[in-house]
Design a protein around this ligand. Structure first.
Ligand SMILES: Cc1cc2nc3c(=O)[nH]c(=O)nc-3n(C[C@H](O)[C@H](O)[C@H](O)COP(=O)(O)O)c2cc1C
Length: 331
């Protein structure tokens, strides 16, 4: 399948694995890229720029296909060493960067001078237009359904994607709620040039996370996510568990007085405990509503091959078969 996204990134299929904290290690990024998609290493999961350089080298040992690095600009007090991470990305010969969080204006000149393609992940039309204006090559449009940070506008992809199609000139992929061939074909129909998946790429064999996390996603339904940290305007969609319910109770009782310190126990340092140790109730961890569409733990190749084969049948047979010409021809 050829779209503006496959052309831009030099990949076979328009399927991207979004950066995921403590999930997007070299093993997963390489497996997605080897299967014809675009895998992504999560930059900030690596504690230092030197660790990121090492992770990029590990990924290169596992694939000769293009892969990306995610750089998330967090609302933190003590900023990570972003210039150092950017240097590691450039020195590592990485060709694609997925940015997220704040807009990446500060790092654009360095990335562009190095010939790196930038895809910015954002949750609104206005942020997409801003990304286009500052020179991003593409955007990843994260609808309200998404796992992680859906922003504060709460616009689902059925509205957000066509709105972006109406306004944007640069290509975009649909992100949030994407799981299978139906997602891909629908995303293409709404003007996207491909799809980005987070939660679906956690429940794959090569994801180097605890088996219990994969099983929790398979067991979860679309009703099992919650939005936390809304009062702090840092909304995150997570899988519910006792720690999340405790957090929500604090949000209810403290109301507008809630501060980050009040919920630190449920949100700080949770990812390694869940993803590596399999301590499922350690606290809040991102998960999309799309968990309701995930019923197995295939390899990346099985997943991507299945999506592409079913998408082709859906377009050639189901959709084309609805047109009068095709019906007449078949009669
Ligand atoms: C466990 C987990 C961790 C994530 N961590 C990050 C992150 O560090 N940076 C980022 O830009 N997005 C992060 N995301 C968001 C994903 O890249 C992607 O945009 C999102 O999962 C898409 O929605 P979906 O889960 O419905 O596919 C994370 C998502 C999950 C599920």
């Amino acid at each position: 399948m050829k779209t503006r996204i496959t052309e831009l990134f030099g990949i076979e299929y328009p399927i991207i694995q979004g950066g995921m904290h403590y999930v997007g290690f070299a093993e997963l990024a390489a497996a997605v890229s080897n299967a014809g998609g675009l895998g992504t290493i999560t930059g900030l999961t690596q504690k230092t720029p030197a660790d990121l350089a090492n992770e990029i080298a590990r990924c290169r040992d596992m694939t000769d296909k293009p892969f990306a690095v995610n750089l998330t600009f967090l609302p933190t007090v003590s900023a990570p060493d972003y210039p150092g991470y950017v240097k590691a990305i450039i020195a590592g010969g990485v060709k694609v960067v997925e940015t997220a969080g704040r807009n990446p204006e500060q790092v654009m000149p360095y990335l562009k001078d190095a010939g790196i393609k930038v895809i910015h992940k954002c949750t609104s039309v206005r942020h997409s237009l801003k990304a286009q204006k500052i020179g991003c090559d593409a955007v990843s449009v994260d609808g309200f359904e998404c796992g992680g940070h859906p922003g504060e506008d709460d616009i689902p992809n059925m509205i957000l994607l066509p709105r972006c199609a109406d306004e944007l000139e640069i290509p975009f992929v649909a992100s949030g709620g994407m799981a299978d061939a139906r997602s891909l074909v629908a995303a293409l129909a709404m003007g996207a040039e491909g799809m980005n998946m987070g939660t679906r790429f956690m429940a794959v064999r090569e994801a180097p996370i605890h088996e219990k996390v994969k099983q929790a996603i398979v067991a979860a339904t679309e009703l099992d996510t919650r939005l936390v940290m809304r009062p702090l305007r840092n909304t995150e969609r997570v899988l519910t568990n006792p720690a999340v319910e405790r957090l929500l109770e604090k949000e209810r009782t403290l109301g507008a007085a809630l501060k980050f310190e009040d919920i630190i126990e449920e949100v700080a340092g949770i990812y390694p405990r869940v993803m590596i140790e399999g301590d499922m109730d350690a606290g809040a961890w991102s998960c999309g509503m799309v968990a309701g569409l995930i019923h197995d733990v295939p390899t990346c190749k099985e997943l991507i091959d299945r999506i592409m084969a079913e998408a082709e049948t859906m377009i050639r047979t189901r959709l084309a078969g609805m047109l009068p010409d095709a019906a007449a021809a078949a009669a």
